[in-house]
Design a protein around this ligand. Structure first.
Ligand SMILES: [Zn+2]
Ligand SMILES: [Zn+2]
Length: 265
């Protein structure tokens, strides 16, 4: 985020903040990060969910008897309320990153070493965050946390892409915490991190779109929309994010109805 803040300081913020308020001020950096995270978070949600809704979402889902009246409006309302609060909590993590507390770096080795380093660290990032999100999600189904936090997201028995970020703000932040945590523990290139952060948000939208098309060879491995649809339907199965691994280890894997009934894919 330091790259983005440096760019926006030159382009916008230096003209807006008082000239006596230097760009190295911690408070100024936090305010800038909060503004950027809120605007970018909302825009990314509207654009990604909007594109998915128009081009990928199975529109027949809207005829499902479990769809609530005005559900899309309710999903957008909840996400639009929660995202600015999630952005505040995320901005604290980004601030720590800008202040140099993480292991982000700008180095890329040349040649094939650089290429393999990017591939391996991306796999490590996905493996780490997938495991953490699985266990956080399972804890969120404990009655104590479920009634206070996670119930809001399960209001949607059948989902649309607009449900992807329609969470209680603390629930949404807790499930994104592994993305922040990773860079405090492991080194990663800062541009690679920004790209991965964007991609995992697109994935979160995609598992709510009811599109079950996955190559047959990947069906046992990838936790896609068919799996997450069953999570919203049966509550205590398929807690995973990208892979089915932890559901299999944790005894919560369920072969999706969508695959068994041959609805799609
Ligand atoms: Zn859940
Ligand atoms: Zn969901």
């Amino acid at each position: 985020m330091d790259v983005i803040i440096d760019y926006l300081d030159d382009a916008v913020f230096n003209k807006v903040y008082p000239s006596t308020w230097g760009s190295s001020s911690g408070l100024r950096q936090f305010i800038s990060l909060y503004i950027v995270t809120t605007i970018f978070g909302l825009l990314a949600y509207y654009v990604t969910a909007g594109i998915n809704y128009m081009f990928f979402f199975d529109i027949r889902i809207l005829e499902n008897r479990l769809i609530l009246k005005d559900q899309i409006k309710l999903e957008i309302k909840m996400a639009s309320f929660s995202l600015p609060i999630m952005a505040f909590l995320s901005a604290i993590c980004f601030w720590l990153e800008v202040r140099g507390f993480t292991q982000l770096h700008s180095h890329i080795a040349s040649g094939s070493a650089g290429f393999f380093s990017i591939i391996l660290t991306s796999i490590a990032f996905l493996a780490f965050t997938d495991a953490c999100i699985y266990w956080i999600h399972r804890c969120l189904h404990h009655p104590f946390f479920y009634t206070r936090l996670h119930k809001d997201h399960h209001k949607w028995k059948v989902t649309t892409p607009w449900a992807s970020h329609a969470f209680h703000p603390l629930d949404g932040f807790l499930q994104s915490l592994p993305y922040h945590l990773y860079i405090f523990i492991f080194p990663m290139n800062k541009f690679q991190y920004l790209i991965l952060f964007g991609l995992v948000n697109i994935w979160t939208v995609s598992i709510h779109d009811g599109l079950y098309k996955v190559p047959d060879v990947l069906k046992p491995v990838i936790n896609g929309s068919a799996h997450h649809t069953d999570h919203h339907k049966y509550f205590r199965v398929n807690y995973g994010q990208y892979f089915t691994l932890w559901d299999r280890i944790g005894g919560t894997f369920k072969n999706p109805d969508g695959f068994q009934e041959g609805k799609q894919g």
